[in-house]
Design a protein around this ligand. Structure first.
Ligand SMILES: Cc1cc2nc3c(=O)[nH]c(=O)nc-3n(C[C@H](O)[C@H](O)[C@H](O)COP(=O)(O)OP(=O)(O)OC[C@H]3O[C@@H](n4cnc5c(N)ncnc54)[C@H](O)[C@@H]3O)c2cc1C
Length: 349
């Protein structure tokens, strides 16, 4: 006898398998929940696929400093727990104008000390009166690999190439509808759609709709070794990241292009190229011929530059605001989602 197959039922569903969604699914599964993790494409294929993925030692404000410290502890414990996580620690050098030192020390979560210019790669030149500071370390991850690792645990069913068209229901009984008409049933629902987050995902009113902005990193075809430092150029809101695993360096620059839509397949613009060349002319003129293509994506941004968790009554929990630092804050963000889910009356009763 044939009949309709029973719809799969989950304790939790997470829409969006970027770093925020994967870390959340991993943490939910660790509490014993049965989790569905859904992505319109592949795991880690959104903004997370493009991330330089530094957990930097710079943070503004108490909330972000606390999230940064908490996330770093989590990544370090995960790495130590024998998971062979694709996360490494690397030394950080800052190259900045003499007069910017005090502001930099204030933003840095670790002590800074003068460092020798010889600690920089030979192709990076200290401009005129600039100073070199060192001491801190940062974490760097291969985010796509990390996303895959986090989502492969038991208790998680991964649905790739499964765009979620709509959701309905309320906490305790949500239905998530896929493009092919299937529906998954789940008690808890979290939306972690990054820059795809739409206004229908958030209630009108108290929660500000997220803004999106372009993020750009150019590759430099220059040899990198595991001993190389990450070099911050705070006067230009830029950094140079050694990527020995790809035999490249990445020059991350700051784009001012707001309203970026991932659906439009964003790419580097002439303005981005001008910025990248200006940074290189200032600090590394000999590296100009090594400039290659730009890795570009959109991220959603919050007012304070860190992820936000919204748990509007009667609706899914929404995670947004990677703000160019989604990797760096993901573990602390997952904590906030777990707290929000556990505090819901349906769960307490
Ligand atoms: C060049 C570059 C460098 C960066 N460097 C750093 C860095 O050094 N440090 C740092 O911390 N961060 C960095 N970032 C930012 C970081 O990559 C983002 O903050 C982070 O990846 C955001 O993660 P996310 O999970 O919110 O979004 P995403 O990774 O974009 O994931 C969202 C997912 O939702 C899926 N989705 C959307 N709509 C649907 C739907 N309807 N149904 C199913 N699935 C859906 C998408 O396919 C996507 O996979 C960088 C970003 C770029 C582009």
């Amino acid at each position: 006898m044939s009949g309709p197959l029973p719809a799969p039922a989950y304790d939790s569903a997470v829409v969006g398998a970027g770093i925020l969604g994967c870390l959340l699914a991993h943490r939910l599964a660790a509490t014993g929940r049965r989790v569905a993790l859904l992505d319109r494409r592949a795991v880690g294929s959104g903004c997370s696929a493009h991330a330089g993925a530094i957990a930097s030692p710079l943070a503004r404000g108490e909330r972000l400093r606390a999230m940064s410290a908490r996330s770093r502890r989590w990544y370090e414990e995960y790495r130590r727990s024998g998971q062979r996580a694709p996360i490494r620690s690397l030394p950080v050098l800052f190259l900045c104008a003499e007069g910017r030192q005090a502001a930099l020390r204030e933003r840095c979560t670790q002590p800074l000390a003068p460092a020798r210019a010889s600690a920089l790669p030979a192709w990076i030149a200290r401009p005129g009166p600039g100073v070199v500071l060192g001491g801190p370390t940062a974490l760097h991850a291969q985010v796509t690999d990390l996303c895959r690792m986090l989502s492969t645990g038991s208790g998680i069913d991964v649905y790739e190439c499964a765009p979620v068209r709509r959701w309905h229901g309320t906490p305790g009984a949500f239905a998530v509808e896929l493009s092919d008409g299937r529906a998954l049933h789940t008690g808890e629902l979290a939306l972690a759609k990054g820059a795809w987050l739409a206004s229908v995902d958030l209630p009108a009113g108290p929660v500000d709709p997220p803004r999106t902005k372009k993020i750009v990193s150019y590759t430099l075809a220059l040899p990198a070794s595991p001993a190389d430092s990450l070099v911050y150029l705070p006067d230009h809101d830029a950094f140079l990241l050694p990527r020995p695993e790809r035999a490249q360096w990445w020059l991350s620059i700051t784009s001012r292009e707001w309203g970026c839509r991932p659906q439009d397949d964003p790419a580097a613009s002439p303005e981005d190229l001008r910025t990248a060349r200006e940074v290189l002319r200032t600090y590394a003129p000999s590296a100009l011929p090594a400039l290659r293509g730009g890795s570009v994506h959109c991220d959603s941004y919050s007012a304070d530059g860190g992820p936000l968790v919204a748990a509007p009554p009667g609706r899914p929990v929404v995670v947004h605001g990677g703000s160019g630092s989604g990797f760096r804050y993901a573990p602390a963000t997952a904590d906030a989602v777990l707290d929000a889910l556990d505090a819901r009356p349906e769960r307490a009763s």
